[in-house]
Ligand binder design. Sequence first.
Ligand SMILES: C[S@@+](CC[C@H](N)C(=O)[O-])C[C@H]1O[C@@H](n2cnc3c(N)ncnc32)[C@H](O)[C@@H]1O
Length: 249
Amino acid sequence: MMDGFGFPVSAGDFRFRAEARIVRRLLCGIEHNGPVLDLGSGVGHWAEEFARRFSQVIAVEGSNVLYQALDERCAPIHNIRTVHGDVMAFEPDDQYSLVFLGGLLMYLNENDVIDLLQKLIPCLGPEGTILCRESTVRGQTVTRAGDYPVIYRSVSDYKRIFKQCGLTLKHVERNEPYVLMQMGCELVKKWKRVVPEPLQALPVVGRLVYWGMRLGAPWIKRLSEVLGIRFPSLENHFFVLRTGSSVHE
Ligand SMILES: C[S@@+](CC[C@H](N)C(=O)[O-])C[C@H]1O[C@@H](n2cnc3c(N)ncnc32)[C@H](O)[C@@H]1O
């Protein structure tokens, strides 16, 4: 998400550590003795984080390149098992304490999201939790085709889908560290659109934007709310789900 914006190398780490603190808080009440299923695990940042706190992690990744990186990264970690394959074909075979869907559902159409969630529900242990961390939009769901086909759903669309699957939404929370970085990315993208490439000075502009966002985020967020501007256009939310039928805010 953050390559090519001129942000400092530490920006990714900063975001991950801030998100990990939120995830630890969201999961503090759940059983940590059981396994974690990390679907669409990418190179395994979250798998590694969960392996420190849970007994075992099964990380499933579909992309060849990312799977190779995942496998190499996780090889020294005794309690991570990596699986190469499509999550839709993966057959869960355990009772999981946690299923983590980090940025996966946006790549699946609605029928596949429903099929996947319904396949996962019987595999949740007692008090088992599904934690989704998904890109979202404020207005209507946006479907993009082309080179990067993706579906940015609204929070209300996700709520509707979860309810349809019989899941209880225990908690929903905007992913503030993600939104902070997204604000920076959208500003740099605008800069790149209006300034000719030789004059872009990304290493300087990117760092200025990054630090501007980190220091000024609360005021910038408030200002965009007061002015009614949808900034950033893309958000991200955590959804904490359990089995059951009623939906709570
Ligand atoms: C946005 S990335 C997130 C990676 C990681 N979960 C994280 O939060 O950092 C989504 C990942 O899901 C994988 N993915 C998307 N659709 C998939 C599918 N049908 N089966 C397996 N992996 C898939 C992508 O290859 C990518 O690594």
